[in-house]
Design a protein around this ligand. Structure first.
Ligand code: SF4
Ligand code: SF4
Length: 203
């Protein structure tokens, strides 16, 4: 299926039934990569300092993620949300037998789109069901056909945020390469929180 949303972005999406059961399995199963824009929104919504809900996941332990790699003096990392010891996301909240998202209005874009993923090919945004979700996500195949309204409405902003975040991390990595910073975790979070603060002050 293809469509042209109001922002004139050409997009293709699958015809698939989906209704989230709020089982929380995707929140438990994955590390959630975030951009500075995701971080700014969550910080504003929760009042938390970014370093209190963020973690750095070692690149060596990850599959080949399409996310910016952060250089620190002891290795390379991806920026993700913290998890609890039982594997649930720091923002999961149990309500009865459901695991809901306590930052739902501002949750990161990857969460907003899940179990769908997107990529851009020849200027067309293509959505597909994440292959691995087919094996365990009980929401796929339930309810009405997914309409992609939410995903389409934020896709340009999501693409922009990813590009900008890549530039921000490249800039950090250049400082590390040139020996301008000691490249400690604290220093990285100071750098990131400065950017997040100015984003939130300007919004
Ligand atoms: S997207 Fe799927 S796995 Fe995630 S909470 Fe909803 S039903 Fe469960
Ligand atoms: S931010 Fe919300 S939706 Fe995303 S993994 Fe955490 S609890 Fe789940």
């Amino acid at each position: 299926m293809a469509g042209t949303p109001h922002n004139k972005t050409l997009a293709m999406f699958p015809k698939v039934r989906f209704a989230c059961t709020l089982c929380g399995e995707c929140c438990r199963r994955y590390w959630i990569p975030v951009t500075h824009v995701d971080v700014a929104r969550i910080a504003k919504f929760t009042g938390m300092r970014p370093r209190d809900f963020l973690a750095l996941f070692p690149k060596d332990m990850a599959a080949d993620w399409d996310e910016p790699v952060i250089k620190l003096r002891d290795g390379e990392y991806y920026l993700v949300l913290k998890k609890r010891l039982d594997g649930t996301c720091i923002f999961n909240k149990r309500v009865g037998d459901k695991l809901i998202c306590s930052v739902h209005p501002v949750k990161p874009n990857v969460c907003r789109y899940y179990p769908f993923i997107y990529w851009v090919e020849n200027g067309i945004v293509k959505f597909e069901v994440y292959e691995k979700a087919l094996g365990y996500c009980p929401g796929v195949g339930r309810g009405g056909f997914a309409n992609f309204r939410v995903e389409i409405s934020s896709i340009n902003e999501s693409i922009r945020a990813k590009e900008e975040f890549r530039r921000i991390i490249n800039n950090w990595n250049e400082r590390v390469d040139r020996g301008l910073v000691k490249a400690s975790i604290d220093e990285f979070f100071n750098y990131l929180e400065g950017i997040v603060d100015s984003l939130n002050k300007g919004s």
